[in-house]
Design a protein around this ligand. Structure first.
Ligand code: FE2
Length: 296
């Protein structure tokens, strides 16, 4: 029982081990549902919320009257976690001190599963999403625990995962010459090599690095394993050999079988343990507006 909140549930939730995913928390009473009430309860219950996040990986705060980026910012601050500047290839617009637009990629594009800032030197340990406007259809944020991905990949493809643990994975991102802003952003990430090509394009090389990492005693699948929607990327094993197409197909199946598509309601705040849970964006429609904040 989470103190200060009423327990809720959503139709799409799943159970992993004995933990419901995500854990849904509602206002204790209808007279306690303002953004200010939420921020005060969060501040008071920080230790128990941290434990809940650790055991469930994801918490959905639903039914609170959070209506603006400033109110979302206030709730984020109530957790007391340190800010971490956004470093990554996604185009983002700053809305308040702590809050950004989630992604400027057109709404009809599916943004594949990933951990936030997985290619940065330091990735945030938490990510918050706030639904300012839901999509009239689609537009769900899909989430799943990366521990489940690592376990199922080891079950299904033991040779591939053993090889990945041994030699790692190398990513090569090819960025065309007109994408200057993206190039500047990528230079801040943790690439092992940057090659400037004669045609003006730039290749950023990441790795070799094992996509399976140990976080808090659990094995998680941390690096993305599927293609990108708007960026050309080639993946190979760290020794240069090709990753079998069947591995990506099995990975995709595991994601789709185990993910939870959170159907947004206006005012929802979703908090994820970014080192344990991946997220994706389903194609949606205007005026969907989801804002984001991250913490160290
Ligand atoms: Fe993201």
């Amino acid at each position: 029982m989470e103190r200060g909140f009423a327990e809720g549930s959503i139709k799409e939730e799943k159970v992993f081990g004995d933990a419901v995913f995500p854990k849904t928390l509602l206002p204790w009473s209808t007279s306690m549902s303002s953004a200010r009430d939420l921020a005060e309860t969060v501040q008071r219950e920080r230790p128990s919320l941290s434990r809940t996040l650790q055991s469930h990986g994801a918490i959905l705060f639903r039914g609170f009257q959070v209506r603006s980026a400033d109110e979302f910012d206030r709730v984020v601050r109530a957790f007391g976690w340190e800010d971490i500047p956004y470093v990554g290839a996604a185009e983002r617009v700053s809305v308040t001190d702590r809050v950004y637009t989630a992604n400027e990629v057109p709404l009809d594009v599916f943004i594949n599963f990933h951990h936030e800032m997985a290619f940065a030197r330091q990735s945030p340990s938490k990510i918050f999403f706030f639904c300012s406007e839901p999509s009239p259809e689609g537009g769900e944020t899909s989430i799943l625990p990366s521990q489940v991905v690592a376990e199922k990949m080891e079950e299904r493809l033991p040779e591939v995962t053993a090889k990945l643990s041994e030699v790692g994975l190398t990513f090569r991102f090819l960025i065309h010459k007109d994408k200057e802003a993206e190039k500047r952003q990528r230079l801040k990430l943790n690439y092992s090599r940057v090659d400037y090509k004669s045609d003006g394009s730039t290749e950023f090389v990441f790795g070799p690095s094992s996509p399976i990492r140990e976080v808090g005693g659990k094995k998680v699948w941390f690096l993305p394993f599927l293609g990108y929607n708007l960026t050309e990327v080639r993946k190979s094993f760290g020794d240069g050999s090709a990753v079998p197409a069947s591995a990506a197909a099995a990975y995709e199946e595991i994601l789709e079988e185990n993910c939870v598509d959170v159907k947004w309601q206006k005012g929802d705040i979703l908090l994820l343990d970014n080192h344990a849970v991946q997220h994706a964006r389903r194609p949606g429609k205007s005026p969907r507006r989801v804002l984001v904040a991250v913490s160290k």
